[in-house]
Design a protein around this ligand. Structure first.
Ligand code: SF4
Ligand code: SF4
Length: 300
């Protein structure tokens, strides 16, 4: 019997997480709590209720559906007591507008492959493939291993996007992928701990080991104004990347979609009043990395 994975979303026509047109599979669960998280719905290891109040037409269907009496009263049907919510999803099935959604579905590798295979023609014509992201895919190493094996057996290009925060026994699963997208956030360990909740020692160890053992590791630096965009940090990360023999790096500018999703999950955003980096700040970071002899790609 194979493992089941907990998946938040299977995104079709993804174009940012590897070459060509891809299917991006976002796995749930992450040991980090980055202030700027772009996918907060993937952080927890259980299904979660996502509420979009702008879509609610106050039809009341959800009040009737909830056996846990977490919703209501009827005239304010959208109001939900999350401490009572059991994340059963009964209300989402009846909501006619998509104001309620349950994030988190269990799926096996063969089931996932059947979903992915629906987009095979686009992947093949564009030189694309499948990217496993999250959350942190390495939190579900057995499922990830089975899914990577299934995709490779089906002739699909595979990529894994990771924070690198996992024991080597789990990290080594990505040796099976064609491409590893490896996020690097902060060089200084105190800063890293403060803005992500964990030390960067294991991450840097895994990065160096993967750069040695895997033929296609692509480092990525999220650029978060006022958090990790200072010259010393960007330069230090550039030096680490160059020191392991890699020549290309992606710069990922902060964007605010994670903030809206945090609100829909009923969790306060850890980063408020921060705007995406200016063109000047992006250009400065690019120049610092180029001074380390790196080719820099800025995610548009
Ligand atoms: S997910 Fe289940 S428990 Fe939670 S509000 Fe909806 S019906 Fe009630
Ligand atoms: S079922 Fe959906 S649209 Fe109807 S009251 Fe509940 S949240 Fe609003």
């Amino acid at each position: 019997m194979g493992a089941t994975g907990l998946v938040s979303i299977i995104e079709r026509f993804a174009v940012r997480d590897g070459p060509g047109i891809r299917v991006a599979v976002f796995l749930k669960g992450c040991p980090l709590r980055c202030w700027w998280c772009h996918n907060p719905e993937t952080q927890h290891t259980t299904p979660e209720l996502l509420l979009r109040d702008d879509r609610c037409i106050v039809c009341g269907s959800c009040v009737e559906a909830c056996e846990h009496e977490a919703i209501g009263p009827a005239e304010a049907a959208f109001a939900t007591n999350r401490s009572r919510c059991a994340s059963c999803g009964d209300c989402t099935d009846l909501c006619p507008t998509g104001a309620r959604a349950l994030v988190g579905t269990r799926i096996t590798a063969p089931e996932l492959l059947r979903e992915i295979d629906k987009d095979r023609v686009f992947m093949e014509q564009s030189g694309g493939g499948v990217t496993f992201s999250g959350g942190e895919p390495l939190m579900q190493p057995q499922f990830l291993d089975e899914a990577l094996r299934a995709c490779r057996a089906a002739g699909l290009h595979t990529a894994v996007e990771t924070s690198g925060y996992a024991p080597w026994s789990a990290t080594a699963v990505v040796l099976r992928a064609d491409l590893v997208l490896f996020d690097l956030k902060a060089f200084n360990d105190d800063v890293h701990h403060r803005v992500t909740g964990v030390s960067n020692q294991r991450i840097l160890d895994n990065f160096r080991r993967l750069a040695r053992d895997h033929p296609a590791v692509r480092p990525r630096i999220p650029l978060i104004p006022g958090v990790n965009d200072d010259e010393a940090n960007i330069e230090a990360l550039g030096r680490i990347i160059a020191s392991v023999g890699l020549r290309e790096v992606d710069l990922l500018p902060y964007h605010t979609t994670g903030k809206a999703k945090s609100e829909q999950l009923g969790r306060p955003s850890l980063l408020s009043n921060v705007a995406p980096p200016s063109p000047e700040a992006l250009a400065a970071a690019r120049r610092q990395l180029e001074r380390c002899d790196l080719i820099v790609h800025v995610e548009g």
